[in-house]
Design a protein around this ligand. Structure first.
Ligand SMILES: NCc1[nH]cc(CCC(=O)O)c1CC(=O)O
Length: 312
């Protein structure tokens, strides 16, 4: 016997249609079924093509930023075509529409980036090319290896790996979590967070609903991993304080240590020559507010040129 459907019909989970997003929505569906004792047909998966997946020849930052990943899903939620949307938290804008709320996050996966094409950043050949469209990854690599040339790599994980295979760059960096979820765990070598601090919210999957839909919220909140939610909220609060955009090289990682949150954060100039880095132990309760204040403080430490990267 499996439990009856509380909405009287399957729960409709919206997702981007990319292979990574599809793998992630299945993780969310599995978690919901396990938590509620449902059979898998209690969930209906609804793929929605995001505008961010349609334009592949220009940097995301230029064509409209992170909103392009969520715009269609936001609209489907608000119009009631889906009950919840599953997101890579890394791709979710800092400021969300008032009607929506991220109510749960799955346990966070590996937060590290993986280097593909070379065993370490040091081992990339002199003057070699690194394919990425991430201002953070570009700046962090430039900081370690100013000789490396950055070439624009957009598209999904498979596209980027294919471009590397074709010799369009010597190396690329991808989120380890994404590689693992796509069954490509053996591809690449994880880079330590000491060498390369990840993007805020990297490795976290969030589920968003309509703030006012109590029935759906109650179902989704059951799968929330509290430490992941707490840490990702702190990283996103820092982003809010920085007021960054997709143009802005920002890295941040929060981790629970008992009743405190260890927050590491850095902002960099595009060439990696300037860096403002901070590490703080914050009491958990006040951590989001303190992280937001830290973001503003980091901007004060930055040169006018670096600060300009954070003014939209
Ligand atoms: N911007 C694309 C994106 N959004 C989330 C992930 C990886 C999965 C995750 O961080 O949870 C990726 C791919 C990548 O950066 O390699």
């Amino acid at each position: 016997m499996t439990n009856p459907l509380p909405l009287g019909r399957p729960v409709r989970l919206g997702t981007r249609a990319s292979p990574l997003a599809m793998a992630q929505v299945h993780l969310a569906a599995d978690a919901l079924c396990a938590a509620h004792g449902w059979h898998r047909d209690a969930i209906q998966i609804v793929p929605v093509t995001a505008s961010g997946d349609k334009v592949l020849d220009r940097p995301l930052a230029e064509i409209g930023g992170k909103a392009l990943w969520t715009k269609e899903l936001d609209q489907w939620l608000i119009e009631g075509h889906i009950d919840a949307a599953v997101h890579s938290m890394k791709d979710v804008e800092t400021l969300r529409p008032d009607a929506l709320e991220i109510v749960a996050m799955l346990p966070r996966a590996d937060v590290r980036d993986s280097l593909v094409g070379a065993p370490s950043i040091q081992a990339i050949p002199q003057g070699g090319r690194l394919g990425t469209s991430s201002p953070r990854r570009a700046a962090q690599v430039k900081r370690l290896r100013s000789d490396i040339e950055i070439v624009l790599f957009r598209g999904n994980v498979a596209t980027r790996l294919a471009r590397l295979e074709r010799g369009e760059a010597e190396a690329t960096l991808l989120a380890t979590a994404g590689l693992v979820r796509l069954g490509e765990a053996g591809v690449g070598t994880p880079v330590s967070v000491e060498d390369m601090l990840p993007a805020p919210a990297q490795g976290a999957i969030g589920i968003e609903t309509l703030r006012d839909n109590d029935a759906v919220r109650a179902l989704i909140v059951a799968i929330d991993d509290a430490p992941t939610s707490a840490c990702v909220r702190v990283e996103r609060a820092l982003l809010k304080g920085l007021g960054g955009t997709c143009h802005s090289p920002i890295a941040a990682l929060a981790a629970m240590e008992g009743d405190t949150v260890r927050l590491r954060a850095e902002i960099l100039s595009a060439d990696g020559r300037e860096r403002v880095a901070e590490e703080r132990l914050l009491p958990a309760e006040a951590a989001p507010a303190l992280a937001e204040a830290l973001g503003a403080e980091m901007l004060v430490q930055a040169s006018p040129d670096l600060r300009a990267l954070f003014t939209p």
